[in-house]
Design a protein around this ligand. Structure first.
Ligand code: G4P
Ligand code: NA
Ligand code: NA
Length: 190
């Protein structure tokens, strides 16, 4: 997506070898015009999938999903991140997610009331790195008996393994920008 790549080049900040800071338009301040254009683009890429619900994960996924949902006319469900290990879990699907960035495992949880076997789910998220969050969301969808129609990502870091892992397992993955490499000298897209 051309506009997104332009904004990444203009406003993204490369930190170290593999972290792209996008606080000024995606992870802290939100560029609503850009989010609207991303929502339209997700709709375009998944228009044939008969999506009934969008699933994302707090926090950064929520704004992306909420704006995209207006183009799909479907509800948004966001998985909650749970730090504690024994919170009551009677009516929820739960999955464990290991974050390489933070070297920490956390649980994600979605109330069973909000995912149904008849649902055709689009998962949306801001970043795809090692795909641990995406696989946790897939696990939750699988537990519910719903169908995972695809995964939409704003920024995929193509030099990490997540995209390959998901695509090789047969999932339709659409990333609006795929970063091939980055350094303080600049950002290259796939
Ligand atoms: P993974 O799910 O693909 O395995 O990624 P990982 O655990 O390594 O990522 C942990 C968090 O960092 C996630 O957000 C993810 O979206 C974000 N992230 C990964 N790589 C980058 C990057 O290069 N730049 C930025 N800005 N974020 C990145 P989170 O901790 O769940 O936080 P939230 O933003 O959703 O609240
Ligand atoms: Na994030
Ligand atoms: Na995220």
């Amino acid at each position: 997506m051309k506009l997104l790549k332009e904004v990444i080049v203009e406003k993204g900040k490369v930190r170290g070898e593999d972290v792209l800071k996008v606080d000024s338009f995606l992870n802290h301040q939100l560029d609503i015009n850009l989010l609207n254009e991303m929502g339209k683009e997700f709709k375009n890429r998944f228009k044939d999938e008969n999506i009934t619900k969008i699933l994302t994960i707090e926090a950064s996924g929520i704004a992306i999903a909420a704006i995209a949902a207006q183009y799909f006319n479907v509800p948004v469900v966001f998985a909650k991140k749970v730090e504690s290990k024994n919170v009551d879990n009677d009516n929820a699907y739960e999955s464990k997610v290991y974050s390489f960035t933070k070297d920490k495992t956390y649980s994600i949880r979605v109330c069973k009331d909000y995912l149904n076997p008849t649902d055709n789910i689009l998962v949306l998220d801001d970043f795809l790195a090692n795909a641990q969050a995406a696989l946790g969301l897939k696990d939750v969808v699988d537990q519910s008996g719903a169908n995972l129609a695809g995964i939409g990502i704003v920024i995929e870091k193509g030099f990490q393994d997540g995209g390959k892992l998901l695509r090789e397992s047969g999932i339709k993955v659409e990333s609006l920008a795929i970063v091939k490499s980055m350094s303080t000298d600049g950002i290259k897209f796939a």
